[in-house]
Design a protein around this ligand. Structure first.
Ligand code: GDP
Length: 700
């Protein structure tokens, strides 16, 4: 029947991992006692090693779920005979028990002092040929006197924690010192509250060596406070000299044997009192086993019910569809790649060329503004274009220089850098939008990584690409050949741009007119501002001519309009000036002269520059495609694989999948169902085992 306890201990751990509700709990032995009652010494005597935190101020601050697993002794040197494990910490096998002690101390100290004790149990398993199969829960010792450095509430907190654990079906191991009156034992008091008949309480009387043997035997007889499961007396202190190679456990056992051996008449023979750590262990095993056996039926039913519910929910909610963290990750990656591919359409050559052309169109307008529209002689150019007799070569060199300046301003404006950055920014925005969408909304760290590595690929290529583009547009800096067809397209495009620009200016004027209150009001304002400007110019000229300093007198007129409207008027004047020059230039662009072809370039700079912009856009798009886009589109999906997927170990994949609440819920239910199924299978196998090994109960 040894087998049963062991199996049930395993099942108990599995149930604990399914949920913490009381309905799914198999019994464990809960160790309670006041501070210094000898609780630690008893636990260490059972285990045969010192492993619990010691020290003046060191009280247990978290429950320790101690699972003892009996292992057959092995001497092949491969498996350590005795070791501990903290499954939640993943530290592996710890063969040195003082390391276990240190780890427990660290875990204790990690509880913030403001909390004093924590409900979160520490899971510790000890494997040894010298331990029985048992589960014990070590709880913080009851505090008798509140001391200064312990918070007031500590006493109640500990009592509350103990209360939770001493509930059914657990067995209570009440530790009391022989030299303290049992009436004063907080452990017995707590146990009596939940188990008045002492049906599931074992008393352990420590420090038997500190009272006269007769008195000790009297306590163990249990006449004053009878416990159904009885009292066991121990001497758990390791006193006496340690022989070489002798373990702490062996020393303790020896001194205990010495003591009870020396008082055989009180404790031995017919007295039938239970004494000694070995007896205690045996007793604990018996009690745990019978308690587990009697819980078996109830727990089997409870698990069956939970399993039915989980199976039903799994069917209803997910139609029995299973997911794995791996399949979820793979799906997420596929979605990501597919979405990326959809988006790349925006980065085909014609699309990129159109984007670059739009950017260069802006540049062309800037150049025109700077060199032509602000030039007072600009209207002359229209007159020249309108003269049918004028031969292009007769046009003043002034205009030829101007065209060359304009062209080189455009070609030397940093087209390589600007066009590369424009495309790179587009890619970045694309990645950022993918990273901001589902499923990455659930995976902020993965989104961060995605952004990081894609920006890195881009950063790596930007320099090379922009140099390459700059290099390839170099010829245009010296000479641009334009054929008839290109000219006509450029001219058409320039007409379009001018019409847009004019529409924009007209729109702005309309807005201002509405804002100041009608066109009459606006022309009033504009006339007024023009006056002001004329006067200011006059004054300045006078000053420059060396006239005497004017009295600075406030012009009463300047209060006629609010300053905001004066500003509006100034803007309106700029727009209408701009409109009139645009109108002139548009007429020229549409004239016979400009239609004639590229030989009119000096007279129609807009058409010419448009052709240049077109050529720049074409060349840039080509090399950006080769140097930047091709590389990026090749590398990006590969980086997704290597940095988002293959990089993750199993636990990270699970963590990733669980970041998505929908998947987490699905996985949780699925795992719950799986575990319950497994527990059910084990429980069923146990029932058959029991049925085989036990005589069938008598029928009435
Ligand atoms: P805990 O605070 O309840 O865990 O108590 P400890 O196990 O730390 O024991 C408190 C003190 O009592 C320690 O100094 C132990 O050495 C001592 N002690 C424990 N058991 C015995 C015992 O059986 N006999 C004697 N003489 N001292 C003991």
């Amino acid at each position: 029947l040894m087998h049963l306890t062991r199996k049930l201990i395993e099942i108990r751990s599995m149930l604990l991992s399914i949920d913490q509700s009381d309905s799914l709990k198999l019994p464990s032995i809960v160790v309670i006692g006041s501070q210094s009652s000898g609780k630690s010494s008893v636990l260490e005597a059972i285990v045969g090693h010192e492993f619990l935190p010691k020290g003046n101020n060191m009280v247990t601050r978290r429950p320790i779920e101690l699972t003892l697993v009996h292992t057959p002794a092995k001497n092949d040197g491969k498996t350590p005979d005795e070791y501990g494990e903290f499954p939640a910490l993943g530290l592996g096998k710890i063969t040195n028990f003082s390391n276990i002690q240190q780890t427990l101390t660290d875990l204790n100290l990690a509880v913030p002092p403001t909390e004093a004790v924590s409900n979160d149990p520490i899971d510790l398993r000890i494997y040894s040929p010298n331990v029985p199969d048992l589960t014990l829960i070590d709880l913080p010792g009851y505090v008798q006197i509140s001391s200064l450095d312990q918070p007031e509430t500590l006493k109640e907190k500990i009592a509350g924690l103990c209360d939770r654990y001493i509930r059914e079906p657990n067995i209570i191991l009440a530790v009391c010192a022989a030299d303290v009156d049992l009436a004063n034992s907080p452990a017995l008091r707590a146990s009596r509250k939940v188990d008045p008949l002492g049906l599931r309480t074992i008393g352990v009387i420590t420090k038997m060596d500190l009272v006269p043997p007769e008195q000790g035997a009297g306590i163990l007889a249990g006449n004053r406070y009878p416990l159904h499961l009885g009292y066991v007396g121990v001497v758990a202190k390791s006193s006496g000299k340690k022989a070489r190679n002798e373990s702490t456990g062996a020393v303790a056992r020896r001194s205990e044997n010495d003591y009870f051996g020396a008082h055989r008449e009180q404790f031995g023979g017919t007295s039938s009192l239970m004494v000694g750590t070995d007896t205690l262990r045996r007793r604990l095993m018996e009690v745990l086993e019978s308690s587990m056996a009697s819980s078996l039926h109830g727990i089997t039913n409870a698990v069956q019910l939970e399993l039915e519910e989980a199976t039903y929910q799994f069917k209803v909610q997910y139609n029995d569809r299973r997911v794995t963290a791996e399949s979820y990750v793979a799906e997420a990656v596929d979605t990501l790649k597919a979405r990326f591919k959809d988006f790349t359409v925006q980065f085909r050559k014609p699309q990129v060329r159109a984007k670059l052309k739009a950017m260069l169109d802006d540049k062309v307008m800037d150049v025109l503004e700077q060199l032509y529209w602000l030039d007072k002689r600009a209207p002359e150019l229209g007159t020249l274009a309108a003269d049918p007799k004028l031969k292009p070569e007769e046009v003043e060199p002034y205009w030829r220089h101007k065209l060359e300046a304009a062209s080189s301003l455009l070609t030397k404006s940093g087209v390589g850098r600007d066009s590369t950055l424009l495309v790179a920014d587009g890619l970045r925005a694309l990645i950022d939008s993918i990273a901001a969408g589902e499923p990455f909304t659930f995976h902020p760290r993965a989104a961060e990584r995605l952004i990081q590595f894609s920006h890195m690929i881009l950063r790596d290529r930007i320099g090379v690409t922009s140099d390459q583009v700059e290099n390839c547009i170099k010829p245009f800096k010296y000479e641009v050949d334009v054929d008839e067809r290109e000219w006509e397209i450029g001219r058409g495009r320039a007409v379009e741009l001018f019409e847009n620009e004019m529409a924009m200016c007209e729109g702005k004027l309309r807005d201002i007119r509405k804002k100041v209150g009608g066109s009459r009001r606006l022309s009033g304002l504009m006339g007024y501002v023009k006056d002001l400007e004329d006067k200011a110019r006059e004054k300045k000229n006078k000053r420059l001519a060396g006239g005497e300093e004017d009295q600075i007198e406030e012009d009463p007129e300047s209060y006629r309009y609010p300053p905001a409207q004066i500003l509006d008027a100034r803007h309106a004047m700029l727009y209408s000036d701009r409109l009139s020059i645009l109108k002139l230039r548009l007429a020229a662009l549409k004239s016979k002269r400009c239609r004639a072809g590229p030989e009119s370039d000096v007279l129609c700079p807009e058409a010419f520059l448009n052709v240049v912009a077109d050529k720049l856009a074409y060349t840039s798009a080509m090399f950006i495609n080769i140097e930047l886009l091709d590389h990026f589109f090749y590398q990006f999906p590969r980086e997704i694989d290597s940095r988002l997927l293959y990089d993750l170990d199993r636990s990270e994949i699970i963590e990733f999948a669980r970041e998505n609440p929908v998947i987490k819920k699905h996985l949780d239910l699925q795992e719950r169902k799986d575990k319950l199924e497994e527990v059910m299978k084990q429980l069923n196998s146990l029932s058959t085992l029991r049925a085989d090994s036990q005589p069938s109960p008598r029928r009435q």
